[in-house]
Design a binder for this molecule. Structure first.
Ligand code: PBG
Length: 337
């Protein structure tokens, strides 16, 4: 009988994968509850939490329930929330006028959360899509064929100051208008809000993965399509260099944190951004990424816990310092154990 076949190998990388303890010694990326920012949807009134069909486990909550959810998140070690209002149709118009209302739902929500859970970092979106009847992130040009850049920025600046005065820790311009970070920074400073930080949705792509979010805030176009075309302001998914230009501009204009969005299909962009800046980098695992995993899990085709963990781990490994994810609460609960 011949001797068992033996390779004469110097390197056997499997030596570092032999046991759970060895694997944990050489583990390069570890998720913690502190990595997450939980996006939350808020509605007016006193109704029960409203489920969102395309986002199982995600609800629109009234302010009192939102505050409760924030307490739970804070207890679990999630450091931050990003709040999104869903307005009744009757408050929407062509200009997004309700964005500047003094008693706007989002401002009341911010005050309530900051009062109840002062240490929780609160972020709000600065963009007009929850407020415009057409669902675009800004007001339209006079011919109605595009979003007007400068006129929109003029409104966003006022909106950012209102949010800062209501007590948000971060304003997060998600509109992709040119030049908005710089003027928002100047306006915040002029208003005495020098401590209010800016998280730029800096490399935000025109993505099909936003569909479920548009159900959640009711910003799918009036025609009812999920794929409201935002390609004149959001980035072309084909372009990497252009994303880096947007990142550099937001950084130069004073953004404190730079975001890439979506995350899972844009891991190369996250890595490039990580290498291009010393600023913290955020990534947004968007509604469609969440929905995809939930749907496959409901079909029994993917394991929910393992898939969501792997998806988030990959985003962190790509270079994200923090991740906006609808899985924040469940992940924190699992990681805390
Ligand atoms: C809009 C905004 C969008 C998201 C966050 N802010 C959608 C869009 O640009 O149409 C998407 C988030 C998600 O899909 O989870 N300013």
């Amino acid at each position: 009988m011949s001797a068992p076949f033996k390779l004469d190998l110097t390197h056997r990388p499997r030596r570092l994968r032999r046991t759970a303890n060895v694997r944990s010694l050489v583990e390069e990326t570890v998720l913690t509850p502190a990595d997450f920012i939980a996006p939350l949807f808020v509605v007016d009134g006193k109704g029960a939490p409203e489920p969102i069909a395309s986002m199982p486990g995600v609800f629109r909550r009234n302010i009192a329930d939102l505050v409760k959810e924030c307490r739970v998140l804070a207890k679990l070690g999630v450091p931050a929330v990003a709040l999104f209002p869903k307005l009744d149709k009757k408050f929407k118009d062509e200009m997004g006028t309700a964005a500047l209302a003094e008693d706007a739902l989002i401002l009341r929500a911010v005050r309530a959360v900051k009062k109840a859970v002062p240490d929780l970092v609160v972020m709000t979106d600065i963009a007009l899509d929850p407020y415009t009847a057409h669902g675009h992130d800004g007001m339209l040009t006079s011919d109605g064929r595009d979003v007007a850049n400068d006129a929109t920025v003029e409104i966003l600046v006022k909106m950012a100051v209102l949010h800062a005065r209501a007590g948000v820790d971060f304003v997060a311009p998600s509109d992709m208008m040119d030049g908005r970070i710089g003027v928002i920074r100047k306006a915040l400073d002029a208003a005495g809000c020098t401590e209010t930080a800016i998280m730029g949705y800096s490399a935000k792509f025109a993505s099909a993965y936003y569909g479920p979010f548009r159900d959640a805030v009711g910003s799918a176009s009036s025609a009812g399509t999920h794929y409201l075309d935002k390609r004149t302001y959001q980035l072309n998914p084909a372009n990497r260099r252009e994303a880096l230009i947007e990142i550099a501009l937001d950084e130069a204009e004073g953004a404190d944190i730079l975001m890439v969005k979506p995350a899972g299909a844009y891991l190369d962009i996250i890595r490039e951004v990580r290498n291009a800046t010393r600023k913290p980098v955020a990534a947004y695992q968007v509604s469609g990424e969440y929905a995809q995993i939930q749907a496959a899990a409901q079909m029994g085709w993917l394991d929910l816990e393992r898939t969501r963990h792997e998806s988030l781990l990959s985003i962190k490994r790509a270079g994200a310092d923090m991740i906006l994810t609808y899985f924040a609460k469940e992940m924190a609960a699992v990681l805390k154990k």
